[in-house]
Design a protein around this ligand. Structure first.
Ligand SMILES: [Zn+2]
Length: 463
């Protein structure tokens, strides 16, 4: 199996530190909002990787955190007049439900920052003692970036270049602009935790380094996250962990690409911020998974309305083909072998689905039993790893049809009446009027297919 290791900017053979065991950590959500499509892409990407590693027989330990305290969350809680921890609890319940709805498996560990404060304090204390961090008179603690010579390796930049790109935060007491906060003091009236440096809260970066050490150990195999986290977040995690533990934090760094919505960056100000719970009112969860997994996880991809409706059409096509295959035929491994080949090549789900498209196309044309057997043989793997084709085909097809009928403002009853009328006209050899009915339905978005067993209707837009 080969994976693209961002640290070395190349595909490498995957060899875990301890044979057959994979320790994986992925930066989780900050609970100041609900799950949007960007979060979904990351979660579904690493869910696929988690499930595939398990399928390959690895003993996987997967941890992903919740940052359950930050400035925005504290302000939101103030507005609602509740404690930030209560608000975080409520959010996490909703977020977990969304993951469930998206068929995203719960990681083995789901640590929260507010539950790891003693470990974080220990970690920071260790860094100060070793001379890699310093306390300011205000009660903040900073990591001294210049003390770590490897800084910039992940983002492939030199320290001097990086200095220009960092935000200059209240730099008065920092030795250097690149130095980042491990601990930030808070006023007595504000939310905070007691520490050897006074009341305060941990910085964001230290949280991940500490949780990895606590739940998985000093060295892990895979560290994941979105590309936007490479700098400074992951760069800072690497620096802290190396200085505290004396070894590399992670052997392989995997980053998923970012998403756009209808060609634009997703942002609240543009009003194109798409929450998964809202998308799920309109689309089956498999449609979201398909829209994401049809692209390679490292690519930038659009997840706007067009991508979602295209994904729905593709799945509709898959389910239609599947429903025409006799479930009792002999299965074979032709597609399963291709599935492993593609997934072993840096989790190329895009290739898996492309191969499936071809197989469904060939089967539709030829009705070849061997191809049908290959498709049926592969379905359990798609279900297990990609979370696709888990529905009963007839049910999925019916749901999509009904959704379109509502949009077209038509009913099944009306269409069936028209079909009956047309059959009668045809029997009476009144072909002109029969054709007129067919054209009328087509204009309304319904197409008819005549076969030996009768006339069937379908939604024109879905083809
Ligand atoms: Zn992180």
């Amino acid at each position: 199996m080969r994976v693209y290791n961002v640290l070395h900017r190349r595909k490498e053979e995957f060899e875990p530190i301890t044979p057959n065991t994979v320790k994986m950590y992925v930066c989780g959500m900050t609970t100041n909002g609900l799950v949007h499509l960007g979060h979904a892409r990351q979660a579904i990407t690493f869910d696929m990787i988690y499930k595939y590693l398990k399928l390959k027989g690895y003993d996987v330990l997967y941890a992903s955190n919740y940052t359950d305290i930050d400035d925005r969350l504290i302000n939101q809680a103030k507005e609602q007049n509740i404690s930030p921890l209560t608000l975080a609890d409520e959010r996490i319940k909703l977020i977990n439900q969304t993951w469930k709805n998206l068929d995203v498996l719960e990681p083995d560990f789901r640590p929260r920052v507010t539950q790891c404060i003693p470990q974080i304090i220990d970690f920071i204390t260790g860094l100060i003692e070793k001379g890699f961090a310093y306390k300011t008179p205000d009660g903040d603690v900073y990591f001294d970036v210049k003390k770590y010579s490897g800084y910039g390796a992940l983002s492939n930049r030199k320290i001097d270049e990086l200095i220009d790109s960092v935000r200059i935060e209240n730099a008065e007491n920092k030795h250097d602009n690149l130095d980042f906060a491990l601990w930030k003091h808070t006023e007595p009236s504000e939310f905070g935790f007691q520490s050897p440096w006074g009341q305060g809260r941990p910085g964001w970066h230290i949280e991940c380094s500490t949780m990895i050490k606590t739940y998985l150990g000093d060295e892990i195999d895979i560290h994941g996250g979105g590309k936007d986290l490479i700098f400074p977040h992951h760069e800072n995690e690497i620096a802290q962990s190396y200085c505290e533990n004396g070894c590399d934090l992670a052997k392989y760094w995997l980053h998923n690409g970012l998403i756009t919505i209808n060609g634009q960056k997703m942002s609240k100000s543009l009003g194109n911020f798409m929450l998964v719970d809202d998308v799920l009112k309109n689309y089956d969860s498999e449609v979201i998974r398909f829209a994401i997994l049809v692209n390679h996880y490292t690519s930038t991809q659009d997840l706007g309305e067009q991508a979602l409706s295209q994904a729905e059409k593709s799945l509709y096509y898959f389910y239609n083909c599947l429903s025409s295959i006799d479930e009792t035929i002999q299965t074979n491994d032709d597609l399963v072998n291709k599935f492993y080949e593609s997934m072993d090549d840096d989790f190329n789900s895009s290739k898996v689905l492309a191969d499936l498209f071809v197989a469904f196309g060939d089967y539709s044309k030829t009705k070849n039993e061997k191809i049908a057997g290959a498709i049926l043989g592969c379905v359990p793997y798609l279900q297990k790893v990609l979370g696709l084709l888990k529905h009963k085909p007839a049910k999925f097809i019916e749901n999509v049809k009904q959704k379109y009928l509502t949009k077209l403002n038509l009913s099944t009853q009306y269409i069936e009446n028209m079909i009956n009328k047309r059959s009668t006209l045809k029997k009476e050899k009144n072909y002109q009027l029969a054709d007129a009915i067919r054209d009328e339905l087509l204009q309304k978005g319904i197409m008819l297919k005549d076969s030996k067993t009768g006339t069937y209707w379908d939604i024109k837009q879905l083809y």
